[in-house]
Design a protein around this ligand. Structure first.
Ligand code: SF4
Length: 457
């Protein structure tokens, strides 16, 4: 499969006697954001306790790791690593013991100038345990002077790229979002305390009441005094990653005030309206799960029935043993099956959320044709991805992007569809508003880019 993957989800609880268990449930709701590692750190006013491991959250904690996590404050993390390997050293939370006390950090996003900062820090004596750029944040903070809030603010000024992170100290909890607001982060009320999450769906899971999104450039401090807000810069803008709407976030999450399902459905509707002049088809089929909302929208606007033509096997974990192509193919087949009785003899409008390397779409079209679908018309509910992402999504080179390499005619031929159409960028902007990062579609990056330590725009 060539799904795009994002780097991580973060979750935090301030002031609740069940901080560790609530973090566990919150992270469960964020599991779709990362399956390579998970961890929780808690604080009881005197010290920080941490438990983490590689793999899915449930398997990390199945031997009772929650039992030792004491205290009323917590931060947690689910990891998909685009930067740094999958070694345990890179699994978060990252905990540091220093003169100012212990602190734990969890991070979602990618520091664009990580290489440059790491060199600088190493030259000044810092020693790194892992290769994740999240560790850089810790070092940057430790090396600044003054109270912790000022140290965080000063450190953030040096960071370029995407970062939503939580910092747990022995007594307090801080939430920080980069000045462009590239990665989501929201705050909610939970009884007398607070709760922070990459996605609002996790608030629902634990009964927390959504307050608002953390603002770009904002540093929120939660302490005995309550919630205090400050900004590390005045140069802020709202540029949430458009992929949160298209693919990453759960449909029941609200991102920057917009419900994800509703945005996806709108994209599907717009696509159907563009097809009005002439696409003769029998059924609409969405690729489960993230394309189902767009398929519903397409169905509603076109009048074609939305059918369950593809079934996802939810109980297939990651395939670690892939020694031969044949076994690799079997692994993929286990994840997705065709409902043959539904698609045989039908002209199918196949809705997929995005097309990155092309192998998944090609495979699904082939599956449908093998199941005797008469025609397959592939509709991608997002624009063609022709630029890499440097903000925590694993499309780091342009060459791996099939829409960059092939013309639309060659691409249609490659995936084997009878027709192929993408949502236009203008239509995506209509669906999710203009205040997003659209750089992987138009190359307009919201921060400077770095190449071998050189800064460019
Ligand atoms: S470049 Fe694309 S994937 Fe990366 S943050 Fe921007 S919109 Fe999201």
């Amino acid at each position: 499969m060539d799904e795009i993957k994002e780097e991580c989800g973060v979750f935090g609880i301030y002031h609740n006697p069940e901080a560790a268990s609530l973090a566990y449930f919150g992270l469960h709701a964020l599991q779709h954001r990362g399956q390579e590692g998970a961890g929780i750190a808690t604080a009881d006013g005197k010290d920080i306790y941490c438990f983490k491991g590689r793999g899915l959250l449930a398997s990390v904690f199945e031997q009772g790791g929650l039992a030792g996590l004491k205290g009323g404050n917590s931060v947690g993390h689910v990891r998909y690593g685009t930067e740094g390997g999958n070694e345990i050293e890179n699994v978060q939370p990252m905990v540091a013991r220093a003169q100012i006390g212990s602190i734990a950090v969890v991070h979602n996003g990618q520091i664009a100038n990580a290489g440059e900062l790491r060199c600088e820090l190493e030259n000044n004596g810092s020693i790194f345990r892992g290769t994740s750029d999240s560790e850089i944040i810790l070092h940057m903070i430790q090396r600044r002077k003054g109270p912790l809030l000022r140290k965080i603010q000063e450190a953030c000024k040096k960071l370029d790229g995407a970062f939503s992170f939580l910092i747990l100290t022995e007594k307090n909890l801080y939430a920080i979002r980069d000045k462009n607001g590239l990665r989501p982060l929201s705050i909610a009320r939970l009884n007398e305390g607070y709760c922070l999450s990459s996605e609002s769906c996790a608030f629902e899971a634990i009964g927390a009441k959504f307050l608002r999104d953390v603002r770009p450039g904002e540093v929120i401090k939660l302490s005995e005094k309550g919630m205090e807000s400050s900004f590390y810069t005045e140069e802020t803008q709202h540029r949430i990653c458009a992929m949160e709407y298209i693919y990453f976030s759960r449909p029941d999450s609200n991102v920057e005030g917009l419900n994800v399902h509703t945005v996806r459905k709108k994209c599907g509707k717009i696509m159907a309206m563009k097809d009005r002049d002439g696409l003769a088809a029998d059924i609409v089929v969405g690729v489960p799960d993230s394309s189902l909302s767009a398929a519903m929208g397409y169905s509603e606007a076109s009048g074609l029935p939305c059918e369950m033509g593809l079934i996802k096997n939810r109980y297939v974990g990651r395939t670690f043993i892939k020694p031969t192509q044949r076994l690799r193919d079997m692994g993929v087949k286990m994840k997705l099956s065709v409902n043959v009785s539904v698609v045989a003899g039908k002209r199918v409008v196949l809705i997929d959320d995005s097309l990155v390397r092309g192998t998944t779409s090609r495979y699904i079209v082939q599956l449908l044709k093998e199941a005797s679908a008469k025609e397959v018309h592939l509709r991608i509910a997002s624009p063609a991805i022709i630029y890499p992402c440097f903000y925590g999504v694993d499309t780091s080179t342009q060459q791996e992007l099939i829409s960059y390499r092939l013309s639309s005619a060659a691409l249609r031929e490659y995936v084997g569809a009878d027709s192929l159409r993408f949502l236009s960028l203008e239509d995506l902007q209509r669906a999710c508003g203009g205040n997003c990062c659209f750089a992987c579609f138009n190359g307009e990056y919201v921060t400077p880019l770095y190449c071998h330590g050189e800064k460019s725009k």
